[in-house]
Design a protein around this ligand. Structure first.
Ligand SMILES: [Zn+2]
Length: 285
């Protein structure tokens, strides 16, 4: 082979590798840890954790006394929909380990610092927000909007004496819309009941992926959760908050069947599974 031919082939290979790298860099990765806990990794590599109860019984990384936190070496932001223990989860330990910034309402942030030893500096930034508001994070790569949720919110107080309330104020419960530059727009419903104004979320944002609580009992039953997917105009609906403990739905079958009737795309993640979006729309399983 002539030298020029070899040089041409090497150049071609370098160009191809560059294209692969560029394509990879445009990927947004979404991982489900079971229950309401997800991580979102942006194309630029920022990691957002939502309701990080990583030690929940569905998480394969928490089984057989494995340290679930070991599987999350990096987190830049922790988003909490409300103060219940199955949503705050391991947020304090993760914050201490990673330095992640807290995104939630001020009452929840204040009480987590006071009662649960959440690192104060990470809970007192301009990422503390309220329902209806939007913030820009990750050097402008991500916009987070806090949306309404119909539920309750309180913070467990491990320091409560015998005559003190076991639960402190947690502000209003919420959902989140996470808008990623060169990536999808993701709605996480928190633990909400269905409400008709979910249609307003769909009018304001173009939801590519809706992560919906479907377990019932404490929030939306599977049938109405499918209606929620329709109301927010989700292009794809994925269930969470089911099968974790007795009292909430154990499968997503009803949710899937109802979505089919409403002609909304459905994808059920397995606990521990990661899905990727290339750009905003293209889902790679
Ligand atoms: Zn819950």
């Amino acid at each position: 082979m002539k030298m020029t031919k070899i040089i041409q082939m090497v150049v071609l290979l370098i160009l191809l590798l560059g294209l692969v790298e560029q394509a990879m860099a445009q990927e947004t990765k979404i991982k489900w840890f079971g229950h309401a806990a997800f991580s979102i990794t942006t194309p630029k590599g920022k990691v957002l954790l939502i309701d990080p109860w990583l030690s929940n019984p569905l998480n394969p990384e928490a089984k057989d006394s494995k340290d679930a936190l070991a599987a999350v070496p990096k987190a830049d932001y922790i988003l909490l929909t409300h103060g219940h223990r199955d949503h705050v989860g391991d947020a304090v330990e993760i914050a201490k380990k990673t330095g992640a910034i807290l995104i939630c309402n001020p009452e929840l942030a204040g009480n987590l610092v006071k009662l649960a030893d959440f690192p104060a500096k990470q809970a007192a930034t301009d990422a503390i927000m309220g329902i209806g508001g939007e913030i820009n994070i990750a050097d402008g790569e991500v916009t987070v909007a806090m949306t309404a949720a119909v539920h309750s919110s309180s913070v467990f107080n491990p320091k409560a004496g015998p005559n003190e309330a076991e639960r402190a104020y947690g502000g209003n419960p919420a959902g989140f819309v996470v808008i990623i530059k060169n990536g999808p727009t993701i709605y996480h419903s928190g633990d909400t009941a269905y409400f008709k104004d979910m249609e307003t979320i769909g009018e304001q944002y173009s939801i590519d992926l809706a992560l919906l609580n479907i377990g019932g009992h404490f929030g939306m039953e599977p049938r109405i959760a499918a209606k929620a997917a329709k109301s927010v105009g989700a292009k794809l609906a994925t269930p969470h908050h089911f099968g974790t403990f007795p009292g909430i739905a154990q499968t997503a079958d009803t949710f899937a069947a109802e979505l089919k009737k409403l002609k909304v795309n459905f994808y059920e993640m397995k606990p521990g599974e990661t899905i990727s979006f290339r750009g905003a729309k293209q889902l790679i399983k």
